[in-house]
Design a protein around this ligand. Sequence first.
Ligand code: NDP
Length: 543
Amino acid sequence: MKTKSKAAKISVRLRSASARQAKRAVAASTHAVVPLKERRLNFGNQWDFAPAPEDSRNYVIAPRHELFINGKFVTPKSGKYFESVNPATEQPLTTIAAANAEDVDSAVKAARKAYDKVWSRMPGRERGKYLYRIARIIQEKARELAVLETMDGGKPIKESRDVDLPLVAAHFFYYAGWADKLKYAFPGKTPSPLGVAGQIIPWNFPLLMAAWKIAPALACGNTVVLKPAETTSITALRLAQIFQEAELPDGVVNIVTGAGETGAALVNHPDLDKIAFTGSTEVGKVIARTIAGRSAGLRPGSTSGGLNRAGSESGAPRLTLELGGKAANILFEDAPLDQAIEGVIAGIYFNQGHVCCAGSRLFVQEGIYSSVIKKLRDRIQTLRVGNPLDKNTDIGAINSKPQLDKIKMLVQSGIDEGAKLTQTQCVLPSKGYWFPPTFLTGVTQAHRVATEEIFGPVLSVMTFRTPEEAFERANHIPYGLSAGVWTDKGSKIFKMVNQLRAGVVWANTYNKFDPASPFGGYKESGFGREGGLQGLAAYCRLD
Ligand code: NDP
């Protein structure tokens, strides 16, 4: 037979195909097989998202911003202005008035007049109407406010849009609801307002901190002089326009912009009944010392004759301080690991780590240490760093050059002291202030990065063996603002919560906020609470 049958030909082809397959299998077996646990998805740059920037052209930022005193925008007596820049581009956004002691005095006088003549006399249900109106206008303008917040502060638009702004409106709604129900909030007591409140806020949540402070103060019948942070004043001044739109009576809220000297002038003003400060422990201590030295007779300019109107015998205004933190996020072996990793990521990298309650110390139980590190290493590679206005951005710009320098200095100190650095491998924009998501391993309790507030996207990882060791080490620090516990055992959660010296403890979650829930610290993280009924009590005299 000269020709093979069709069946024979097919059989030959099949034999040679299976021989090739066998050859390939032998070749493959000579390469190391990656164990299942070690395998990772590697998309390279194939899955890059298309840019999705929020359009900021619709929102015009005025080239100059004035002080907001007695319901009007007024030029500063100081005659001075400072520049506010976009930290993601280093482009100037606007110039802002710098208030001096004379400007602060005008603002306090306007607040006092509004307190005496209008706001403290107004029935709670009327005050509540104003607060509801403000809350609704904030909701209407939420997109604009979110864009401004992101441009001014560098935080990702998805955070300002989906976290900050909804919470800002929620705080005004929540305290609007209490304005006519104060006597039910504190049964058996007769709540009355304190008077004029001086409020100083930081740059990490500019509008949210303004809402935390203004809403409860107004609900209780107080009037306010607010000092926003120098780098993030734009949204507070936009809020002032909203107060005008809501027809809030003149002088009920006054906004004095400027640097630390403006804040100091406010703290030193003799006619305040309450001071509320959020910021660094260092400045908090300065404020506490200033007020401690102020007693009856030491208030020469006071219109209340040495005694403040809150009735404090020392003549000093009441004080609440919400200061720094270095929270422990504690990961037990029995925790649902993948969810816990997401909680750790959200805990430290949310808002570039510019969060006083950030979970910046991770304590991992020894048995799961290596798998936690691998998961963390992989997860941080997926975080997208860049244009804060892009909806896909996870990590925005660092708020200012001094803050970036501080982060770099502290991370370097960690490396110098023996810690090992792991960072997201990404290309950082050439302009602006940036720091990639970072974690440090090999950290010991003696390292600076284990105890000092870095206030950036930097996590210090340490280990523990027993629950006792975990809370001992977590508490062994001057701060006491917040903590997190990850375990599937309810009993362990209760044990830890009872032992941790922290104002807020989250269990199997992190960074969850609600206006009804009080927030504040122990030890050098300050005193007093904001949010909830406790936040209301901080602005009332309860006879
Ligand atoms: P500050 O504590 O200096 O700033 C907070 C606010 O206080 C700002 O409005 C600031 O004004 C004002 N201020 C500054 N000095 C005085 C003063 N002597 N009297 C009254 N008010 C004053 O924080 P920084 O912005 O300097 O940040 C430094 C560090 O503080 C950060 O690295 C971080 O560790 C920590 N921090 C903690 C925050 C928290 O929420 N726990 C918030 C912010 C910072 P201005 O900004 O205009 O100078």
